[in-house]
Design a protein around this ligand. Structure first.
Ligand code: BTN
Length: 325
């Protein structure tokens, strides 16, 4: 099944009006049965579409498509790959790094990810036309040691961007989950390609929930929210969010490159969802409890440990943080 036909059908039905299989087939020069097979494929990619006999296909909600012209020209993302369906926008850029044809700051966004990646090996639900799947290439001097705290800085940019569309307070959960009232709105996954010393090549991946389809919602285990709800049940234009997100990221990455977290850690602490609250930190072998303080300028999380009554620090890695009851 070609991506080209799929994307053309997707474009035809995005406006949310009824359109018959025959009409779609005529425009694209394919049979009605080919249309019906492609519609099934789009459904398997998370598209909420139904069919009424005698009227044709219709989307449950119209979709404003990613607009490559708008993203590239007017809004000035210098290098933006606007993709239809891709395994993962992160993997797309990681492959471009490997092949040596990538520009600093290059961006990839997609309508759909077929194998979206979350942190700690989890899957990231990426239904078609619903959310933001955004990746950006960043190279840093000083090897991977400089990369570890970048995701905290990125979290600040994502939270600030989302706040522009939210009537409620957007906050961060260490290291970089973006939450509203404890529900997940967005996540960050930074991946590295290549050597561990010298210049390091990173892909910063960001997923933001914009308008969650019912079918996908039932497959997500943790509490979630989306920009549609936070914007008073009003549609949010993904193109506008992407433009602002890229601007915030450019600012924050420039600051991070010149001074790391020396000042950004204060911004992060302002957004800390668990400030002064009881927390539990779990690794594979230990559980520590305490009161959350915030991060320091290396990106470590500080907390008052209940057992020892001392301030303790944890660094990234396989530690999970949750609010203690
Ligand atoms: C998390 O688990 O919180 C991180 C989620 C990161 C998802 C984004 S979507 C764009 C980019 N491509 C991926 O495959 N993952 C990241």
């Amino acid at each position: 099944m070609s991506n080209n036909i799929l994307s053309q059908i997707f474009n035809q039905i995005a406006a949310g009006e009824f359109i018959s299989g025959e009409e779609i087939g005529q425009v694209l020069g394919v049979s009605r049965s080919a249309v019906s097979q492609n519609i099934k494929k789009l459904q398997s990619m998370g598209l909420d579409i139904y069919r009424v006999t005698g009227k044709g296909y219709k989307l449950a909600q119209s979709i404003k498509l990613l607009d490559s012209e708008k993203l590239l020209q007017n809004d000035g993302i210098e290098n933006c790959n606007v993709l239809f369906a891709v395994d993962s926008t992160n993997t797309f850029l990681l492959n471009k790094i490997k092949s040596g044809c990538i520009q600093e700051g290059e961006v990839a966004v997609a309508e759909c990810q077929l194998a979206g990646k979350g942190r700690r090996g989890r899957q990231w639900q990426s239904p078609i036309g619903s959310h933001i799947y955004f990746s950006k290439y960043v190279s840093l001097e000083d090897g991977l040691s400089a990369a570890s705290a970048l995701s905290l800085a990125v979290g600040v940019a994502v939270a600030k961007t989302c706040q522009r569309f939210s009537n409620e307070r957007v906050q961060l959960k260490w290291p970089n989950d973006v939450l509203v009232n404890g529900e997940k709105l967005a996540g960050v996954l930074v991946e590295a390609e290549g050597q561990s010393d010298g210049r390091c090549h990173l892909v910063v991946g960001i997923g933001i929930n914009v308008s969650m389809p019912d079918l996908t919602a039932s497959a997500i285990e943790q509490a979630w929210t989306d920009l549609y709800k936070l914007n008073g049940n009003q549609p949010v234009d993904r193109n506008q969010v992407i433009k602002l997100l890229n601007e915030e990221l450019e600012k924050v990455i420039a600051i991070y490159k010149s001074e790391r977290l020396s000042n950004l850690y204060n911004d992060w602490n302002q957004l800390n969802a668990f400030k002064n609250l009881p927390i539990e930190l779990r690794s594979t072998s230990t559980v520590n409890k305490g009161n959350c303080i915030g991060i320091d300028d290396t990106g470590a999380l500080l907390y008052n440990d209940i057992e020892s009554n001392k301030v303790k620090k944890v660094f990234g890695g396989e530690i999970s943080l949750r609010r203690a009851t």
